[in-house]
Design a protein around this ligand. Structure first.
Ligand SMILES: [Zn+2]
Length: 378
C-alpha cells in the first residue's frame, strides 16, 4: 500500500472504529504496512567476482535469499559502457550477462548510469563547449572542481541534450532491462556536505565562485533573455532568486523534457539517486516525473544519525507525488551489522517503501544476516 493511501486508510479506519462502523478488524490488519513488504535494492559497481555466468547466478541467488529484489549494476561511469554500445567506448558487456542470470533468479535489473559527468577524452577535446563553466570563467573540461572526474556537462547545451538522448535511447532499448537509474543528475556541488569539506582542505561557509556553475555562453544568453541581466554581473548570485531558480529549472527541464520521455518510450522504470542537500547541487528532484527516488542518506558525510535519515525520508514523503516510491539510500560501510538493521527499521518507520544498499561490495556476511533478520526473512 502506498504511503499516502496508507495514511488515508488509517484516518478512515480510525473514524470508522470510533463510529462503530468497522466490524472486521482482520480486514484492517491485512492492509497494515509491514516491513516484510519492503522492496529492496542494491548498487553494484565492481564485477571481479563475476568471472563466469554461474558465479553471477550464485551471487544473485544468494542476495535474493537475503531480501534483495532489484539490482542496480553500474553500466556507464562517464568513461566506458558495460553494455554493447555503438556510441560509447565499450568495456565488458556485464549488463547483458547480468540480465540473463537475474531473469533466472527472479531479480529486476535497472541500469545505473552517471548522467552529467563526461570523462571521455575525445569528447573533452572535440566539445569543450559542452562543459559547465564556473563564475571565474573556468571550464570543467580542463579545470574541474574538487577532483579530476568532476567534468560535468551543461544541461542547457543543445549538443549535450542530443548526446544524452542518443545514449539513453540505445541503453533503454536493451532487451530485458527493467529500468534506468540516473546518478550524478545535477550540477557540481556548490557547497559540499560538511564532513567532506575537510577532505579537500576547504571551508565552504557560502557559495564561492570556483564551485558555482553554470556561466557558459548558452546559460548566460538564456538567462539574459529571460531576466534581462547577465548573471556574471550579479553581486551576490546565491541570493538572486531568479538565477538560483534558473539552475534548478535547467536540470529539471533536462530530466522531464529530454531524459524521462526516452526511458518511458521503452516502457522502463525511471528513477534517480538524489541529494538530501538538494540546493547545493541545484536538484529539485521532487519536481521530476520519476517512478521512484533514492535519496542518498549517507549520514556520516553530514555529521548526522538516524533522526536525520528519518527526517529526510519524511521530507520525501511530503514533497513527492503519491505515485512515486521512496527508497532509503544507506551507506553500508558507515554501519556495523546492528546499526544497519536499525537504519533499515528506522527507514521503514519513516515511510520508505524499501531501502537501497550502497553498495554490494560493502556488505559483509554479518551485514547480510542482520539485514535479513530485520526483514524477518531469517
Ligand atoms: Zn551552461
Amino acid at each position: 500500500m502506498k504511503r499516502r493511501n496508507f495514511l488515508k486508510f488509517l484516518t478512515l479506519s480510525t473514524a470508522a472504529l470510533l463510529s462503530g462502523q468497522l466490524t472486521n478488524i482482520n480486514c484492517m490488519k491485512q492492509q497494515v504496512r509491514r516491513i516484510t513488504d519492503m522492496k529492496n535494492w542494491i548498487w553494484l559497481y565492481s564485477y571481479e567476482k563475476f568471472d563466469t555466468d554461474e558465479s553471477i547466478f550464485n551471487y544473485l541467488s544468494e542476495i535474493k535469499s537475503f531480501g534483495i529484489h532489484a539490482l542496480l549494476p553500474q553500466v556507464y561511469n562517464s568513461k566506458v559502457a558495460h553494455y554493447q554500445s555503438s556510441r560509447l567506448p565499450n568495456a565488458e558487456p556485464m549488463l547483458e550477462r547480468i540480465i540473463a542470470q537475474a531473469k533466472r533468479v527472479g531479480l529486476e535489473v535497472h541500469a545505473w548510469i552517471w548522467t552529467m559527468p563526461c570523462n571521455m577524452e575525445d569528447i573533452v577535446q572535440q566539445h569543450p563547449e559542452w562543459y559547465v563553466v564556473n563564475r571565474l570563467d573556468e571550464s570543467a573540461a580542463d579545470k574541474p572542481a574538487y577532483v579530476n572526474h568532476y567534468k560535468f556537462l551543461c544541461p542547457n547545451q543543445p549538443g549535450v541534450r542530443d548526446f544524452l538522448r542518443g545514449n539513453l535511447e540505445e541503453l533503454a532499448a536493451i532487451e530485458g532491462l527493467d529500468g534506468v537509474h540516473f546518478d550524478y543528475i545535477r550540477f557540481p556541488d556548490v557547497i559540499l556536505a560538511v564532513n567532506l569539506q575537510p577532505k579537500y582542505g576547504i571551508v565552504q561557509d557560502k557559495e564561492y565562485p570556483q564551485y558555482d556553475y553554470c556561466y557558459c555562453d548558452v546559460c548566460r544568453d538564456s538567462f539574459r533573455r529571460q531576466a534581462g541581466i547577465d548573471p556574471l554581473t550579479l553581486k551576490v548570485p546565491a541570493t538572486h532568486e531568479a538565477w538560483v531558480r534558473f539552475r534548478y529549472d535547467s536540470i529539471t527541464s533536462l530530466v522531464n523534457d529530454v531524459l524521462i520521455p526516452v526511458v518511458r518510450s521503452k516502457q522502463r522504470h525511471v528513477f534517480a539517486a538524489v541529494f538530501p542537500n538538494w540546493q547545493h547541487v541545484r536538484q529539485e528532484w521532487w519536481k521530476w516525473n520519476l517512478d521512484s527516488v533514492m535519496p542518498m542518506l549517507y549520514h556520516r558525510y553530514y555529521d548526522a544519525g538516524y533522526d536525520w535519515i528519518q527526517s529526510n525520508i519524511r521530507y520525501a514523503v511530503k514533497t513527492l507525488p503519491s505515485s512515486a516510491s521512496i527508497y532509503s539510500g544507506l551507506e553500508v560501510k558507515a554501519f556495523d551489522e546492528h546499526e544497519l538493521g536499525v537504519a533499515v527499521q528506522k527507514s521503514f518507520e519513516a515511510g520508505a517503501d524499501g531501502v537501497s544498499l550502497f553498495s554490494a561490495r560493502g556488505m559483509t556476511d554479518e551485514h547480510w544476516r542482520a539485514f535479513a533478520a530485520t526483514l524477518k526473512i531469517r
